[in-house]
Ligand binder design. Structure first.
Ligand SMILES: *Cc1c(COP(=O)(O)O)cnc(C)c1O
Length: 436
């Protein structure tokens, strides 16, 4: 590095604790993982638009590839080619890890490319995936329709399953894996489930895995969880026995409905095989998206806190409204089992919920079409309030029997509350309900 002019102050050393106290994620989001001296002193990281990186010497280049291919011990650190990684993505990965207290994170071009790369990295022919249900529709069809073509089976269980039910399902998966000549490759959860908002008892899943599979089996069988709906602010699954956390960063983490990206966080040993497959396939997110996510993460706590408070206020009005038949909001769940899971796992009720309008599709459409502030769109976790109709939109292709089983009825409206003024939102919902 060239000498800095004496007038320019050197940046302070990387700080992760102060007076022995670890700094909170919302503080670390402003600087963690970025050294301005490496970028002309720029306070914010530039966007590194480059497909490849120059080696300092031929010997350095050789050493990197020796490490990459396992011919030399040690980590193939450093930047080589942008299908593998780049400075913006690396800073983003460092900061994403902070939220879940993870050793390592990986970022992807979408939530689905994160999920697809993760499952492919862990599953071989004959293996079985144990998963909670329902899952995000694309995840469910990736497992049932794509991975099955390669001889990978699955066994699923309802999100709220008890410890006894979980033991039974893992035993059933073990038998299926033995028949197919494979193993249980992964236990894959989604909590809360979309669109039912049913929570999975992560602690019970981990206990069931440990009891049924024994020490060695359990140590080789990761529990992954899609935490898109509550993470990373309202639920930290790694603290409750999960090994890998999955995100559609498109939602709350991105938070402005202006990008598509995905992320994984977890222990180094769980991330390494996924990183290697991501290097092969190139499912990493691009530098511009990574830069936008760095900006998003700076306001993540502010945005999610406000959205959560807004949702609480809006739901307080909706719960007793004469045109409302019911509410699927985590903060008002009366089921004892679900309340218990919520109390142990969650620090907030989120801002995405189901609203059941009295009537059917016609009444729900009348409500949706009358909304003036809330926008009619799928997705969630953005600054703006969104509303959609799962039965007629995201879940249109789900067979009627399965829809009925999942409680996806014609009077179900899906709401994602944003960060607008809460009184304006309440006024909008009230006037739209009056049009039903
Ligand atoms: C949106 C979403 C996904 C998929 O993420 P993309 O970024 O759209 O690929 C996966 N899981 C959940 C729970 C989601 O809401």
């Amino acid at each position: 590095m060239t000498d800095l002019p004496t007038s320019r102050r050197l940046p302070k050393a990387k700080i992760e604790t102060l007076g022995g106290r670890p700094l909170k994620p919302s503080t670390l989001m402003m600087g963690h993982g970025y050294d301005p001296t490496l970028s002309e002193g720029a306070l914010k990281p530039p966007i590194f638009l480059t497909s490849t990186f120059a080696f300092p010497s031929a010997a350095d280049g050789k050493r990197h590839f020796e490490q990459l291919t396992g011919k030399r011990p040690g980590d193939a650190a450093g930047l080589v080619y942008s299908r593998f990684n780049g400075p913006n993505q690396e800073i983003l990965e460092d900061r994403l890890s902070v939220w879940d207290g993870a050793e390592d994170s990986l970022v992807f071009s979408s939530g689905m490319s994160a999920i697809a790369t993760l499952l492919l990295a862990y599953c071989s022919q004959g293996d079985v995936i144990v998963h909670s249900g329902p899952l995000y529709a694309a995840t469910e069809s990736y497992i049932a329709k794509i991975l099955s073509r390669f001889g990978i089976g699955y066994v699923d269980f309802p999100a709220g399953a008890t410890r006894d039910e979980l033991d039974a399902v893992i035993e059933q998966a073990q038998d299926l894996a033995a028949q197919q000549g494979g193993k249980i490759a992964m236990i894959y959860l989604e909590s809360p489930a979309n669109p039912t908002n049913a929570l999975v008892d992560i602690e019970a899943v981990a206990a069931a895995r440990d009891a049924v599979l024994g020490e060695d089996g359990a140590a080789a069988t990761p529990i992954a969880i899609d935490n898109t709906f509550l993470g990373p602010l309202w639920q930290r699954p790694l603290d409750h026995g999960a090994d890998i956390v999955v995100y559609s960063l498109t939602k709350y983490a991105g938070g402005h409905s202006d990008l598509v990206a995905g992320g994984l966080s977890g222990g180094q040993r769980w991330m390494d095989p996924v990183r290697s497959l991501r290097n092969t396939m190139g499912t990493i997110c691009d530098p511009n998206t990574a830069w936008m996510l760095l900006r998003s993460l700076e306001t993540l706590e502010l945005r999610m806190t406000r959205a959560g408070e807004n949702a609480e206020k809006v739901c307080a009005m909706l719960k007793d409204h004469p045109k409302v038949a019911g509410l699927g909001y985590l903060g008002l769940n009366s089921d004892a089992r679900q309340q218990d899971i919520f109390a142990r796992h969650c620090t907030g009720a989120g801002s995405t919920f189901s609203l059941f309008i009295k009537g059917g599709e016609a009444e729900s459409f009348a409500f949706l079409d009358a909304l003036r502030i809330a926008k009619l769109a799928v997705s969630l976790g953005g600054t703006e309030t969104l509303a959609s109709h799962p039965a007629a939109m995201t879940h249109l292709s789900v067979p009627d029997a399965r829809k009925a089983m999942l409680g996806i009825t014609d009077n179900l409206v899906r709401i994602s509350i944003g960060i607008e003024d809460p009184d304006d939102l309440i006024a909008d919902f009230e006037q739209a309900l009056s049009m039903v």
